[in-house]
Structure formats: C-alpha cells, structure tokens
Design a protein around this ligand. Structure first.
Ligand code: TTP
Ligand code: MG
Length: 295
C-alpha cells in the first residue's frame, strides 16, 4: 500500500470533522450560517500520469465521502473542446504557436475551479493555478517554447489573481503524488490519451524536476503544507480502504449532526462526540489502526 496514502485520506476526513465543529461554534457566535464558511481546500498535485484522477475518483465512489467532499476534476475536456477547437492538441503539435493560448485557457479554467462554490466542508481539486504556472508555464519558458514576453503576460495575470482581495484562492493542504518519471511515463503511455503521443521522456523528467523544485525544495511559493504520497505503487486498488474509512467515519458524522442541533462549542462537541461513540476512545484507536495498517 502506498506510503502516506491513508494519512492523506485521514487528514481530509479529519478536516471534515473539524470544519463541521468549527462552523457550528462560529455560527453560534456570529449568527452566520455554517454553510457560508469556506471549505477546507486540498489541491492534488503530481506529474502527468501520477494518478491524480484515480486518487480523486475514490472520493466520488463512496457516497458517505462524496456527500462531504466536493471533487473538482481537472477541466481537460474543456481544453480539448473549446467550440470544437482542441487546444491541448494544438499546443502539443505546435507549442511555440499555441502554448500561450493554451496556458491562458488553463489559467481561466483553473480559476473557475478555485472559485467554484460548494456547501460541502471539503473541496478536493485536481491541480491548481499554481502548478499550471510553476511547472507547466515555467517549463515552456525554460525550453524556449514560450517567449519571455508571453510568459510575462501570464505572470501578470497570475500575480493579479493571487493578490486580488476579491478572490479567495486560499488552499489548506497539498497532496503531492510523487512518482519516478519512468513510472509517470509508463502510465501515460498505457492510457494513451491521443494528444499526448508527442510527449517524450525529457518532457516528463523536466516536469518532475519542476514539481520537486516547487513542492520539495520550495523554490517557488508553496501556498499550503505539503503531504507527500509515494505514488509509484498502484493506487487503483484502494476501493476497500476507502470503504472501511468511510464506514468508520460515518459514525462520528451522525454524532456531530446531533451536536449541531445543540450548537455546542467546538471543544465540547469533540469531547461529547468521543464519549457518545460506541466504544468511545477505543473506537478512535481502532480507526487510527485501520489507517496506519493500510500503509
Ligand atoms: P495533468 O494535469 O498532469 O493531468 P493528468 O490527468 O494527465 O494526470 P493524472 O494521470 O495524474 O490524473 O495533465 C493533463 C494534460 O494537460 C497533460 O497532457 C499535460 C497538460 N497540461 C499542460 O500542458 N499545461 C498545464 O498547465 C496543465 C495543468 C496541464
Ligand atoms: Mg487526471
């Protein structure tokens, strides 16, 4: 089982619980409805073919999770079909001509994902404005496929968005699915997304280095704590783990709904939830051991 995989899932589930308790106590204090609070926002990052979509799909399969986690998949389909124009293909076939057009549209669609409203306590996004800029646009500039002038236009837009007080682009956690470049390359060859047949090994290696520079070396701004998951191993067989986690977690979810009615402040909520759980602290320990055994 992948190292840190279950840790990343449990961090997300804990966020669901904490967010609910916090919203309840804030709403009680300020009379603001709990639903108006920002979701705990997670960006899932990693090289092309690292398994981001697979990771996210687990959260849509289990209904107990999907009721609480808004999964925002990457808008690849929009990039492949802008009024019939396949911008992704155009970019791969002639990057010098089309990469600014493509990255501008990527930036817009990522902004739409960042600002997408949800009432769910957790929002899980595939990629972000940040990786589009620090990994992809940066790589295009370094390899001479995007002239400095075009890169600067993208940069001005990017900086403007991040500095804008009208846009809340806050992120709470980054899950980095770390793969060796060879593994990413093998996976993308296996899935054979038509437009990507022009991708070569160097491109994947360069993108790997930029992800490492950004998320491990912090050579570019990192907007949230990073949880590194070893994604070299297959992460497609985790359905059972998600089911177990989801079942366990639903116990506390029901308990918090009861507390919700009482508007109990946060620490009291958490203590009461623990005490009321079948098995109390014990069941908490069981939950933890399931999570740690899964590594
Ligand atoms: P990824 O964003 O890496 O998504 P994926 O679905 O390939 O990854 P995974 O297998 O982990 O789910 O890439 C999608 C495609 O878009 C890929 O061909 C790279 C390209 N792309 C860019 O060229 N520039 C960008 O800024 C982004 C975000 C993607
Ligand atoms: Mg994907």
């Amino acid at each position: 089982m992948c190292q840190n995989f279950s840790e990343s899932v449990s961090r997300i589930l804990t966020a669901v619980e904490q967010h609910k308790a916090r919203s309840i106590s804030l709403a009680a204090e300020s009379q603001v409805p709990a639903t108006s609070k920002r979701p705990f926002t997670v960006m899932v990052e990693g090289n092309i073919g690292s398994g981001k979509s697979t990771y996210l799909k687990h959260f849509t399969k289990e209904t107990k999770l999907s009721d609480n986690v808004e999964v925002v998949m990457e808008p690849v389909e929009k990039w492949r079909n802008l009024n019939t124009h396949n911008l992704l293909q155009m970019m791969y076939e002639d990057p010098c001509r089309w990469s600014l057009t493509f990255q501008t549209y990527v930036q817009l669609t990522m902004l739409q994902n960042h600002t997408l409203h949800t009432d769910k306590p957790v929002k899980l996004m595939e990629r972000s404005l940040h990786s589009a800029k620090y990994c992809f646009a940066e790589n295009l500039r370094r390899t001479g496929k995007m002239p400095e002038s075009e890169y600067l236009v993208l940069t001005r837009w990017f900086d403007f968005m991040l500095q804008s007080e009208d846009l809340d682009l806050t992120v709470d956690l980054i899950v980095y699915l770390k793969t060796d470049p060879e593994v990413a390359l093998r996976r993308l060859r296996e899935r054979s997304r038509g437009e990507e047949h022009l991708i070569d090994e160097d491109y994947i290696r360069d993108l790997h280095s930029l992800h490492e520079d950004w998320l491990m070396e912090k050579k570019f701004p990192v907007p949230a704590p990073v949880l590194v998951v070893d994604a070299n191993k297959d992460i497609s067989d985790m359905t059972e783990l998600f089911r177990v986690i989801s079942d366990k977690w639903s116990i506390s979810e029901d308990d918090e709904r009861t507390e919700d009615k009482e508007n109990t402040p946060e620490p009291a909520v958490r203590e009461a939830v623990k005490a009321k759980r079948p098995g109390g602290e014990d069941s908490d320990r069981k939950k933890k051991s399931i999570l740690s055994n899964s590594n």
